[in-house]
Write a protein that binds this ligand. Structure first.
Ligand SMILES: Nc1ncnc2c1ncn2[C@@H]1O[C@H](COP(=O)(O)OP(=O)(O)OP(=O)(O)O)[C@@H](O)[C@H]1O
Ligand SMILES: [Mg+2]
Length: 414
């Protein structure tokens, strides 16, 4: 918690760096190929002898908390940062705030950045709340006089007047967060970074914080906040970033990102799976031919072989085994028949793959038909995505629309 320290992270952090009148920049945060490695010392050599013996060998296991993060955040955006526990959200915020130095890559921040980071960060427990307010605000470049002017408002916002002269080591978690957030929003930041700690506050305080974030948003300030609340992302954000094991697996519209998250969390999507462009398995194209290696064709006769070839592109986080349903749809999207991969699906690595569905003898159909592909995780059955292709193939048989032909009579009563 507390405010971001100026400098560090190889970037310009602090008021006026590239921002301000005259040099107005629309990019507020730029992170390029940012990686953060932590060294795990579980097996660290302890004695001098061991160190000597191990010299040249690895000093500890490398652990990549962030890998090649590329992100550009424009002025005025409200961005949600989501992902499972341990995915790297807090690490990314700290790197952007200049509190942690990236192992590689660079971070540039234009404007004054204030942050409410993990519990306890940024406060000195031996000092009173009052002294910590001065310390934190001055780290952001506020003068003593400016802090004097803001002090009462900060304490009132935090609702901690009765506690302000106690050492913060005796504060409760919620009290820490109140003070940290109060300072962060009072220093007139251009960029506000907020970790999930807000959830520590009681409901009334959370409401107050969210109102403040909404106010900042309306003022055109830039906000990046960590949350596990998909509802909050949908309500407040212009954009969502999703981290998984230190990698950014999604950067885009909240409506799509929350679908992806719901899928990741195993809760079935409420309104269908992820748009195919953003899915981990992307159905890229469909083609029709008489033979898997033959030329593509769009016109077939009944009795001929039809091969429907679906090209898939597998990205990061794709299921190990992919299950496909291919529906052949006729007029008005009526499904005519369906084809599936064998039980257990296909194990496909990253990259492009083509799945061929071969129909040895086309039935008596007449009309134009399209293909709709559903992709799911073969292990769990969880849907990944759906794509309805525009490409059509025609069959010149006798059954119009491909509908089933049954015997019937139409009679008028009476
Ligand atoms: N100082 C550190 N030294 C070693 N490993 C660390 C350090 N800080 C974080 N990690 C590891 O980096 C990974 C990412 O941690 P981080 O705190 O960024 O996750 P998070 O997405 O914020 O998770 P949560 O939702 O639980 O807050 C974790 O596996 C964590 O154990
Ligand atoms: Mg965290």
């Amino acid at each position: 918690m507390g405010v971001g320290e100026p400098g560090g992270a190889g970037g310009a952090v602090g008021a006026g760096a590239g921002g301000g009148p005259g040099g107005e920049s629309t990019v507020v945060i730029q992170a390029s190929t940012v990686s953060k490695r932590f060294v795990s010392y579980r097996n660290r050599a302890t004695s001098l002898k061991e160190r000597f013996v191990r010299r040249g060998g690895p000093a500890g296991e490398d652990f990549w908390a962030l890998r090649d993060i590329e992100v550009t955040i424009g002025r005025g955006q409200t961005v949600g940062l989501a992902g499972a526990n341990g995915s790297g959200k807090s690490t990314l915020l700290k790197v952007l705030a200049g509190i942690l130095r990236p192992s590689s890559g660079s971070v540039t921040v234009h404007g004054r950045i204030a942050s409410l980071l993990e519990l306890g960060a940024g406060f000195n427990g031996e000092l009173s709340g009052r002294d910590n307010v001065y310390l934190n605000a001055s780290l952001l470049g506020l003068s003593r006089r400016e802090i004097d002017r803001l002090f009462d408002s900060i304490v009132d916002f935090a609702e901690l007047r009765h506690k302000i002269d106690d050492d913060v080591k005796h504060y409760s978690s919620g009290q820490y967060v109140r003070l940290g957030f109060a300072v962060a929003v009072h220093v007139d930041p251009d960029v506000l970074l907020v970790d999930e700690v807000l959830a520590v506050g009681d409901e009334a305080f959370q409401r107050k914080c969210l109102a403040k974030i909404a106010e900042f948003r309306a003022q055109g300030r830039t906000i990046l906040f960590v949350t596990h609340s998909l509802d909050l992302i949908e309500q407040m954000c212009d954009r969502v970033l999703v981290l998984e094991s230190g990698e950014m697996i999604f950067d885009g519209p909240p409506a799509v990102g929350t679908k992806l998250l719901r899928q990741k969390l195993g809760s079935l999507p409420s309104d269908g799976p992820v748009d195919w462009q953003y899915a981990t398995v992307r159905p890229r194209s469909v083609g029709f031919s008489r033979h898997p290696d033959g030329p593509t064709t769009v016109q077939f006769d009944p009795g001929e072989q039809l091969v429907v070839s679906v090209e898939l592109d597998l990205g990061e986080g794709a299921p190990e085994a992919v299950y496909l349903h291919a529906y052949i749809v006729g007029q008005d999207e009526i499904p005519i028949w369906m084809m599936e991969t064998p039980p257990g699906g296909f194990r496909l690595g990253p990259g492009r793959h083509v799945v061929d569905f071969a129909v040895p003898h086309l039935p008596e159909l007449l009309g134009a038909f399209a293909v709709k592909v559903h992709v799911s995780d073969a292990a769990t059955g969880v849907p990944v995505t759906t794509r309805r292709f525009d490409e059509l193939f025609g069959v010149s048989g006798t059954h119009a629309g491909g509908l089933l032909k049954v015997d019937y009579e139409a009679r008028l009563r009476g």
